[in-house]
Design a binder for this molecule. Structure first.
Ligand SMILES: [Zn+2]
Length: 410
């Protein structure tokens, strides 16, 4: 069967009658119609979304998916408005598709026909598969594509668009009527094929079997932009955008450019240099911080090492953006065998961070759980070393008091 949507791809609304309503095994409600303006998934083109309205009581039903089973388009409904009890065979309905979604699919899909045909004609590089995603599309080609080839195809596509070449749909009753050139098409025929063959012709460029919906002429594609190639898992993909997606992409890119201009305080032509400059500043600042951290940690340890009467316990807390490297350097350099309680905040004045205990294993075991509890964290360790990720560094003073009391009572 050729659906109404395939005979007239610009039809947005259509009146028809229900043929069947039933509950599927997965609990969803499936409806079939005498004919439909909803395109079921096929030929790489995603299904249409939309609604239909029952003529007699104006009740409205959301179509959330359309699939093809042989020659039948099955409409899957959102489970609202109680479709099972409200709908029955022969009910008249008005179908309305989400036109923005459909037209976008028509642009990307028809664009794909054009791009595929030109890659094959110009570079003998056939398309093995294609993908129409919600954001981007690609064709999977057979051999690698050079940058110059990409530019050549894009230029040709846009020339064809400016000539507004007609896109025609021809229906043949039997596959053999369509002619060799068409039935040889690499995609071949679906296994559950039934009924006539539908051939899409772009004047002077392409003739291909396809069940999808297409524009009337190439002018309706507006523009084609090839977005580059990608090689993954043995696939060679050429990414592309057509029509409104090009405009949307340009809008997003321009918006981002404006925001960058404000952030970087310089026009688009200076963005690259300004970012390189920023990156090198950050790199040298990081080096300086590393050097200072090392000096600070070493000095702190040296002071303790040189103390003739080291204290029983030692507290040190950092909330200045130092990282764990500070603790590593300090504990490597420090010598007195006393109790150490150190905290390092994840960022400036952050309540999240790490608590580190070093000392006699008996002392550590006696205080670690209470410290983890006060600072609201979890940790582990052994042999006189303990470390915990904590979330309440504002409670450090309580921990210090607890440790002091522990040593007083010892
Ligand atoms: Zn098609």
């Amino acid at each position: 069967m050729v659906f109404q949507c395939q005979r007239e791809s610009f039809l947005k609304e259509f009146t028809t009658t229900i043929e069947s309503v039933k509950k599927a095994d997965d609990g969803s409600v499936e409806v079939t119609f005498k004919d439909t303006v909803f395109f079921p998934e096929g030929g790489g083109q995603p299904f249409d979304e939309g609604i239909f309205i029952k003529s007699s009581d104006k009740s409205e039903y959301q179509v959330k998916n359309v699939i093809r089973r042989g020659p039948i388009a099955v409409h899957i409904l959102a489970d609202e408005n109680n479709p099972l009890s409200n709908l029955k065979e022969n009910d008249e309905v008005l179908q309305k598709i989400n036109w923005n979604r459909r037209f976008d699919h028509m642009q990307q899909h028809s664009g794909q026909h054009l791009i595929t045909a030109l890659f094959e004609r110009e570079f003998n590089n056939p398309t093995k598969a294609w993908w129409l995603g919600s954001e981007s599309c690609y064709i999977e080609v057979t051999t690698e594509v050079k940058q110059s080839e990409l530019q050549h195809i894009e230029k040709l596509c846009n020339e064809c668009i400016s000539q507004a070449l007609p896109v025609e749909v021809q229906i043949y009753e039997k596959p053999e009527d369509a002619g060799d050139e068409v039935t040889r098409a690499s995609r071949g025929l679906p296994l559950d094929l039934s009924g006539p063959i539908r051939v899409i012709k772009i004047e002077g460029v392409d003739a291909n079997m396809c069940c999808g919906t297409h524009v009337k002429d190439l002018a309706q594609l507006q523009v084609v932009k090839l977005m580059g190639t990608e090689k993954t898992k043995g696939k060679i993909m050429v990414h592309f955008l057509v029509g409104n997606r090009v405009i949307k992409k340009l809008e997003e890119t321009y918006q981002r450019e404006q925001e960058l201009t404000l952030l970087l305080n310089g026009g688009p032509e200076t963005h690259k240099d300004l970012i390189k400059k920023l990156q090198s500043t950050v790199k040298s600042s990081q080096k300086t911080i590393q050097k200072l951290t090392k000096e600070l940690a070493t000095n702190l340890a040296t002071k303790l090492n040189e103390d003739p009467n080291p204290p029983q316990y030692f507290f040190h807390h950092r909330n200045d953006g130092s990282d764990m490297e500070f603790a590593t350097i300090f504990f490597k350099a420090v010598k007195p065998k006393i109790f150490y309680f150190m905290t390092i905040a994840d960022g400036i004045d952050s309540k999240n961070g790490s608590a580190i205990l070093h000392g006699d294993p008996t002392d550590i075991d006696a205080v670690k759980d209470e410290i983890a509890k006060i600072l609201d964290g979890k940790g582990n360790g052994k042999n006189g070393k303990y470390q915990a990720k904590v979330t309440k560094l504002n409670k450090i003073k309580d921990c210090e008091n607890f440790v002091k009391k522990y040593f007083e009572n010892k």
